[in-house]
Design a protein around this ligand. Structure first.
Ligand SMILES: *[C@@H]1O[C@H](CO)[C@@H](O)[C@H](O)[C@H]1NC(C)=O
Ligand SMILES: *[C@@H]1O[C@H](CO)[C@@H](O)[C@H](O)[C@H]1NC(C)=O
Ligand SMILES: *[C@@H]1O[C@H](CO)[C@@H](O)[C@H](O)[C@H]1NC(C)=O
Ligand SMILES: *[C@@H]1O[C@H](CO)[C@@H](O)[C@H](O)[C@H]1NC(C)=O
Ligand SMILES: *[C@@H]1O[C@H](CO)[C@@H](O)[C@H](O)[C@H]1NC(C)=O
Ligand SMILES: *[C@@H]1O[C@H](CO)[C@@H](O)[C@H](O)[C@H]1NC(C)=O
Ligand SMILES: *[C@@H]1O[C@H](CO)[C@@H](O)[C@H](O)[C@H]1NC(C)=O
Length: 383
């Protein structure tokens, strides 16, 4: 009986959906009244143009992929120049759920002295992105951003705007935006075989089906506002999918790519003085990332280093740690102590997956106090 109730609750709370929230999410419907220019991949939009599905302001150009600019699936994109801004309002579902955005950023030009930043805002959070470092083979990169919580069919306004750089000279490259995707993730409910939520990293931004590049997640210090649900991100990590990388378990895992002191962490409330074990899998993503990676794993007051010896061909090694919960929330974290690059200069690193936290005396113990209190409460009511 109980497992069925569990699965039911699980299915009920984890609303899964994607696609269909945004109109013209990849800018393939071309702007109205566009004066095409065969000699340039960038065409400035003016007051007579409209981008289907979107509103724009400031300097905005319609971009066509070609020799000077690469885009996912080729096609078209939008460049946000000086004070450039686009926005679109979509309708939230009836039930409250988290909205997570995947989008692609490309540097809009060559030989830039500086890349202008891009600010992505939703109802509850905003993130600043810029093209600082290459973490893949393509000229463009995809990023994930938590937009916020929405429900009751309320409007959610997604705004993407450029942020000028200080040395605003002619060699500034303005950001090019493409391939937006929205995914919803409902409230996660503790499963019966793991005290951690999203321990397998299955709940995060949606992958672009044809991209072999994964999705970059920049620092998100609050697990509530993180695109990797329940986990804070420090530094830059790459969210990788099993269709294009070696992933030890399920469909997704985390690769820590920005080197020393980058990683992920979460806090969990446990029973003070009780014994727990933390199991996890470390490895490499089969992306030619070779070397000995040191990963520092923390579970409460126990901190230990683990070394992943990687040939860059996909490996997974299970490890575990035992610890006793203190009186405060217990921190679980994975930090990389190695900065790695593939032979062609791409930044890369160790993979973390399938993090499972269990009570050493059987998982049930952790939930028992609540059940006892509820029972006592019921008894008192009926007394
Ligand atoms: C077409 O692009 C070229 C090169 O960027 C530019 O010099 C020219 O002014 C553009 N023509 C129009 C009609 O916008
Ligand atoms: C917009 O359209 C109007 C009317 O056709 C025209 O007078 C004006 O020059 C156009 N503006 C631009 C920037 O092309
Ligand atoms: C863009 O935002 C403005 C308010 O800031 C709103 O009036 C407009 O409808 C939005 N555009 C779209 C396409 O949702
Ligand atoms: C960028 O620099 C390279 C090498 O210096 C040069 O060949 C190329 O024309 C430059 N591109 C632009 C757009 O200035
Ligand atoms: C930018 O380009 C314009 C026109 O090409 C030129 O007049 C101006 O001096 C340039 N500015 C800088 C800071 O290079
Ligand atoms: C893990 O290794 C790093 C780098 O060698 C070191 O700075 C850190 O103190 C080590 N942590 C533990 C818990 O040994
Ligand atoms: C790495 O390659 C060596 C030599 O080919 C092999 O002996 C070793 O088992 C490999 N290690 C992993 C983790 O795949």
């Amino acid at each position: 009986m109980q497992p069925q109730i569990f699965s039911f609750l699980f299915l009920f709370f984890i609303g899964f959906a994607s696609a269909g929230y945004l109109q013209n999410p990849d800018f393939e419907s071309q702007p109205k009244s566009l004066t095409e220019n065969t000699s340039s991949p960038f065409v400035a939009l003016n007051e007579n143009n409209t981008i289907p599905g979107w509103t724009f302001q400031g300097t905005v150009q319609y971009v066509t992929a070609g020799q000077t600019i690469a885009l996912p699936d080729n096609g078209h994109a939008i460049q946000l120049g000086q004070d450039g801004k686009i926005n679109q309002t979509f309708t939230a579902d009836a039930d409250y759920t988290n909205y997570i955005l995947t989008f692609t950023l490309a540097p809009g030009g060559q030989n830039c002295s500086a890349n202008a930043d891009v600010l992505v805002s939703g109802p509850d959070s905003q993130g600043i992105f810029s093209f600082k470092q290459h973490y893949g083979k393509e000229a463009w990169q995809s990023y994930g951003q938590h937009l916020g919580l929405g429900g009751q069919q309320e409007p959610i306004n997604l705004v993407i705007e450029s942020r000028g750089v200080e040395s605003d000279d002619n060699s500034t490259c303005w950001p090019v935006i493409d391939s937006l995707l929205i995914k919803t993730v409902g409230t996660l409910v503790q499963g019966k075989d793991n005290l951690l939520l999203n321990g397998g990293f299955e709940f995060g931004p949606e992958f672009l089906s044809k991209s072999t590049e994964g999705i970059l997640l920049d620092s998100a210090l609050s697990p509530v506002l993180s695109p990797l649900r329940q986990w804070a991100v420090i530094g830059t990590i790459k969210y990788i999918d099993s269709n294009h990388f070696f992933v030890p378990h399920g469909n997704a895992a985390v690769e820590i790519v920005s080197g020393v002191s980058a990683g992920i962490q979460t806090d969990v409330t446990l029973t003070t003085g009780s014994a727990y074990s933390l199991e996890f899998t470390l490895g490499d993503a089969n992306n030619a990332c070779e070397g000995d990676f040191i990963v520092e794993v923390r579970a409460g007051s126990v901190v230990q280093n683990f070394t992943v010896q990687s040939n860059g061909t996909g490996s997974a090694q299970k490890s575990s740690m035992k610890f006793e919960a203190g009186s405060r929330a217990t921190r679980i974290s994975f930090f990389s102590y190695t900065s790695s690059q593939t032979k062609d200069g791409t930044f890369c690193g160790p993979v973390v997956d399938e993090v499972v936290l269990l009570s050493s005396n059987g998982l049930r113990l952790a939930i028992k106090p609540n059940i006892l209190i509820s029972l006592l409460f019921l008894i008192l009511i009926f007394w």
